[in-house]
Design a protein around this ligand. Structure first.
Ligand code: SF4
Ligand code: SF4
Length: 380
């Protein structure tokens, strides 16, 4: 066993030591577990909470858990949640106000009055596409011109442990978005789960000082060339399995010029404007502000809540909604994701996780829509 270096091989039976080291440092481990027929993210006590022997089948509008024929701990891709709720909670109290005896209001807007969850989270099992999604949201919430202090605090405190993908769902297309299936940087520790015969190991790569010190506390062997080759073969298998792709060549210009495409009306007839795709998307960041009061009228609160560009209210400006048709709202979402996001943030707003395909109740698939729009553009 070695206790130093940036890479190592951790036996499956020693993985609990990683949880123990994370918890001993004060982190709250959060990772995948089985609940309500899905793989969800939740607080974990240790390896026993991981979804051993579970995988999933995903297709447009379809998600089913299924038993594997091995005991892989991370033998699946992505569930309905990304890490977004832990960095950008669905609802956040911004401030509260109490009526005072002299007829005024006392405003409470300090962190103590509107407490945030300040526990440091250890994200365990972050997929490469979701790591890229966090980095996309960093551009939005950590922009030095208008940083979001709640997001900044949660992000600063978080520990990121990636698990590289060893398989892909039929809905995955991260390879074509250049966001997976292997993360090369941006993590504290990256694990690749390798099952070969009776051997069940994790090839670990530390990407930060914290990651190196964690690895040093966990019993491990030195990673040899054969281990690194086995890890590379895992991610190559995921790449080969990738069920979908998007041709990104010239895509921002193509979509910006497709304002009048007849696909938007066709999509408007199928889309339910339910907003599922925006809720599950790891990069969507829109929110609204709600003011609420109690029945006495003496107490008021202001909350920030996730919003969706699929609602009529989202584009309501002075007496009317700008995007009245569902087709216009789908167009806004898709063009923002794949085109104008580049203008705003210098990157795509899509990381190819496939969640919007799986969790769309009518199975609308952006990887099928983009070629149709491209095809119509080329005939114009
Ligand atoms: S647009 Fe769809 S595939 Fe792309 S990041 Fe969002 S949910 Fe994932
Ligand atoms: S594209 Fe699908 S998930 Fe998104 S709003 Fe329309 S019906 Fe809902």
């Amino acid at each position: 066993m070695t206790q130093t270096g940036s890479t190592g091989v951790i036996d499956r039976d020693a993985l609990q030591a990683l949880f123990d080291a994370v918890i001993a440092r004060g982190y709250v481990p959060v990772g995948p577990t089985v609940r309500d027929g899905a793989l969800v993210l939740d607080e974990l006590t240790g390896v026993a909470d991981l979804p051993a022997g579970w995988t999933e089948d995903q297709e447009a509008g379809t998600y089913r858990l299924r038993r594997r024929d091995d005991a892989a701990l991370f033998g699946f891709t992505t569930g309905p949640q990304a890490w977004k709720p832990y960095l950008f909670p669905p609802k956040t109290k911004l401030w509260a106000a109490e009526a005072t005896r002299d007829g005024g209001w006392a405003i409470h807007n300090t962190p103590d009055d509107a407490p945030d969850d300040t526990r440091p989270f250890a994200f365990i099992g972050v997929r490469p596409c979701d790591l890229h999604a966090i980095q996309v949201q960093d551009r939005v919430f950590l922009d030095p011109r208008h940083p979001d202090p709640l997001y900044a605090g949660r992000r600063e405190r978080a520990l990121v442990i990636v698990v590289q993908c060893g398989q892909a769902a039929a809905t995955c297309f991260c390879a074509s978005m250049d966001t997976g299936p292997r993360a090369e940087s941006g993590y504290d520790l990256a694990l690749t789960e390798v099952l070969e015969g009776d051997a069940h190991t994790f090839v670990a790569d530390a990407g930060s000082a914290v990651g190196r010190s964690l690895l040093a506390e966990v019993p491990h062997d030195e990673a040899g060339a054969d281990h690194l080759a086995a890890a590379a073969a895992c991610t190559q298998r995921a790449r080969d399995q990738m069920g979908r792709r998007i041709d990104t060549a010239g895509l921002p210009d193509l979509l910006s010029a497709a304002y009048d495409s007849d696909r938007w009306d066709a999509l408007g007839r199928r889309c339910l404007a339910c907003g599922n795709c925006t809720m599950v998307c790891p990069t969507c960041f829109c929110s609204r502000v709600e003011d609420v009061t109690d029945l006495t009228g003496d107490h008021a609160e202001r909350w920030r809540a996730w919003d969706s560009c699929y609602t009529l209210d989202f584009s309501y400006i002075h007496g009317g909604s700008v995007r009245r048709t569902i087709g216009a709202r789908y167009r806004h979402w898709l063009v923002h994701k794949l085109s104008t996001w580049h203008d705003q943030f210098g990157t795509s707003g899509c990381v190819g996780c496939g969640r919007c395909i799986t969790w769309c109740p009518v199975g609308i698939d952006l990887t099928a829509e983009v070629p149709l729009i491209r095809d119509r553009g080329s005939k114009a």
